[in-house]
Design a protein around this ligand. Sequence first.
Ligand code: FAD
Ligand code: MG
Length: 349
Amino acid sequence: MTISRKKILFLLFLLFFIVLYLRKIHPPLKVSSRTDFILGTTVTLTVYDKEADALIHSAFEELRHLESILSVNKANTLIDQINHSAGIMPVKVDPDTFNLIQSALNYSSLTDGAFDLTIGPLVNLWHIGFPDAKVPSPYEIQEVLPLINYHYVQLDTSNYTVYLTQPHMALDLGGIAKGYAADILATLFKDANVQHALINLGGNLYTLGCKPDGTPWTIGVQDPFHPRGEIIGTILQSNQSFVTSGIYERYLEDTSGKKFHHILNPHTGYPYDNQLASVTIISETSMDGDALSTATFALGLTEGLAFIESRPHTEAIFITTDARVYLSSGIKNLFTLTSPDFTLCYSPY
Ligand code: FAD
Ligand code: MG
């Protein structure tokens, strides 16, 4: 009797230590998440593996700091200072902002200006996404077009200065800065040893690590013709950025019902009209993904897809206005079409 009691006690102890050990290797999942409106969009940050409220708080502080440097919608930001000094004098910036502007300039040059970081005067004219958005007159458009030219940006790499050489020029980093911000948050989370997180800056998604159960995240690709949340298909991925540019969320509708989206052609002054509804880029860094989603949208289906194929570790999903879906070569086995309204089309890669 005494022996069996000892045995039971021993087994209970053993069980206790096994539970302790298992909790150490598989601690119970904690989820910390917060949503806020910032950078003109809804941002949700979610950390899955540990208590991270303080970390998420610092991440939002970082976003506010970035907004105070990069926004063109707030007075006295660094970008605002550069724009107000156009044709007058160079402005000194911090090395990180300098690198961002240099990357934006690089994408402008790689796409021969289809993506152009000096698009500011045209963006201000249309002001799509704001209450005073309007279709500008052809005269107004002709007046600003000569100001849009990335060749007029002078960067001094030894002094970190940025100079817009023509008066009234203006930088607009709306096509790249959210990606840059997502990368900064990903680094912040990685430095804090976070293993599993989702960074969602208004649809610019970065998946940190894999899902807590060790499998890849399943990401839905937005249906460009239906409300947010309805998807055309899914893709599996881990540790990747997932950025979409499209015609369907930020646009202006005139009195006749004609829609004008916000990705503007620096040569015509009007939104690109190239039969694309959206482009999604899957890449390692979100800055690349953001710039490339806007840039390949601007380049159009054929040129855009060829551009993506020429870049390592970068994939794309192009959706046309007539509901065809084109995939780059590296994701053909990772993407599943789920909507019967869309057709997966052959792409030559
Ligand atoms: P993307 O395709 O990534 O970018 C499209 C944007 O790029 C356009 O809106 C325009 O800004 C720019 N663009 C257009 N044509 C070209 C071109 N040919 N080449 C290069 N760039 C082009 N929005 C608000 O409504 N209110 C705010 O207060 C506000 N603050 C912001 C602050 C910051 C720091 C940033 C980065 C953005 C802010 N926005 C704000 C903008 C908003 O979040 C935009 O919707 C967003 O930047 C556009 O991103 P996207 O992913 O929708 O489209
Ligand atoms: Mg973009």
